[in-house]
Design a protein around this ligand. Structure first.
Ligand code: PMV
Length: 347
């Protein structure tokens, strides 16, 4: 089939890892398997316009964020195109206009790479599907995730919901280093509509990019132990997802978050992405949990923001706690109420 011009739009969510990916090999292959909750409200909406062109020797594209030209996104997209050229033969046949927008505030410290790269990968897969004709849904999803991985590792976990595994794990059938797959086993109803309230502690530019952070895991003194631990934690988490043991869930997830940051603090050079208010919030969560017995826990990304995780049925009291006790530690009292989600969709 041939396509002269057209457009396609996808919206794709962010995700938050429970067992973290930190450290990678060549070609964005993770050093250890990870698992994440797909989110609902934090998402990127991308429209890809395509126009067949004459010169097929170069990539050609323009990028717009919120309707304004965004030339500083171009190098990252150029790199992405180079990496995926081998897998999408039509890339140099078209001029692209990429229009993108995020539902979360720009430079809020919420990384848009997972939602942004997955949305773009999905748009390109929709083109591929139109060009080849029919395509099986599983193939479509796997390849979209495969391409997204080459844009940003964690982006490969944003295609589907509600729990996604990326990285080969001996006990998880179908798991792969090459793409994310929907967690294939039964999950206890305690995790249904699990809540994630994202507290925006620091909106400043990150001091150390995740690319640099991943690379510091090479020759890291604790790397091998950490990779083993991630395998074990994922194994333990599998049992927890089945039994619905929320205390055990919190213990694994909080330990994973602190271990991620411990790896940063013990690499050479070392760095700290948490801020004083990150620790204030963590301590408040711990004392509130001790006092009330409610199942509130936290996780962290590669930044200072705190993801407050809790089951839906405890939502009222925990939100009250957030509003009364935690907002004092966040910039302009800003937080994002999010929850576990179902994955990307074509608009
Ligand atoms: O996808 P990247 O290369 O930006 O790596 C992000 C890694 C963490 O967010 C810190 C952890 C994870 O598994 O998402």
């Amino acid at each position: 089939k041939t396509l002269e011009s057209g457009k396609v739009t996808w919206e794709s969510p962010s995700n938050i890892a429970l067992v973290k990916y930190w450290g990678k090999k060549k070609d964005q292959i993770p050093e250890n398997p990870s698992i994440s909750f797909t989110l609902t409200n934090c998402k990127t909406i991308t429209t890809l316009h395509f126009y067949k062109k004459e010169n097929t020797n170069v990539f050609s594209f323009d990028v717009f964020l919120d309707n304004k030209p965004k030339d500083d996104f171009k190098p990252k997209i150029e790199t992405f195109f180079k990496r995926i050229e081998l897998y999408l033969s039509f890339l140099k046949d078209y001029h692209f206009k990429i229009e993108t927008t995020n539902t979360f505030p720009h430079s809020s410290g919420i990384a848009s790479s997972a939602s942004g790269m997955s949305a773009l990968a999905l748009c390109l897969m929709s083109m591929e599907k139109q060009l080849v004709g029919d395509m099986e849904q599983t193939y479509f999803n796997n390849k979209a995730s495969f391409l997204a991985r080459l844009g940003s590792g964690s982006a490969c976990r944003s295609i589907e919901g509600d729990l996604v595994v990326w990285g080969k794990h001996g006990n998880i059938e179908g798991s792969s280093d090459l793409f994310g797959v929907k967690y294939p086993y039964k999950v206890h109803e305690n995790f249904r509509n699990y809540q994630d309230t994202i507290l925006l502690v620091d909106k400043g530019e990150k001091q150390v990019s995740s690319t640099v952070g991943h690379n510091l895991m090479h020759n890291h003194p604790f790397a091998q132990e950490r990779f083993k631990q991630a395998h074990n934690n994922l194994n333990t988490l599998m049992g927890i997802l089945e039994s619905g043991d929320l205390n055990a869930f919190i213990a694994i997830v909080e330990s994973e978050a602190l271990t991620l940051h411990a790896m940063m603090m013990t690499s050479m050079p070392y760095f700290i992405l948490m801020k004083p208010n990150t620790l204030e919030i963590i301590n408040k969560i711990w004392s509130f949990r001790k006092e009330t017995g409610l199942h509130v826990g936290f996780t962290l990304d590669a930044g200072a923001n705190v993801h407050v995780l809790y089951p839906e049925n405890e939502h009222a009291r925990i939100l009250e706690f957030i509003n009364n006790e935690l907002v004092a530690y966040i910039e302009n009292g800003q937080y994002i109420a999010d929850k576990i989600g179902l994955g990307a969709r074509q608009v």
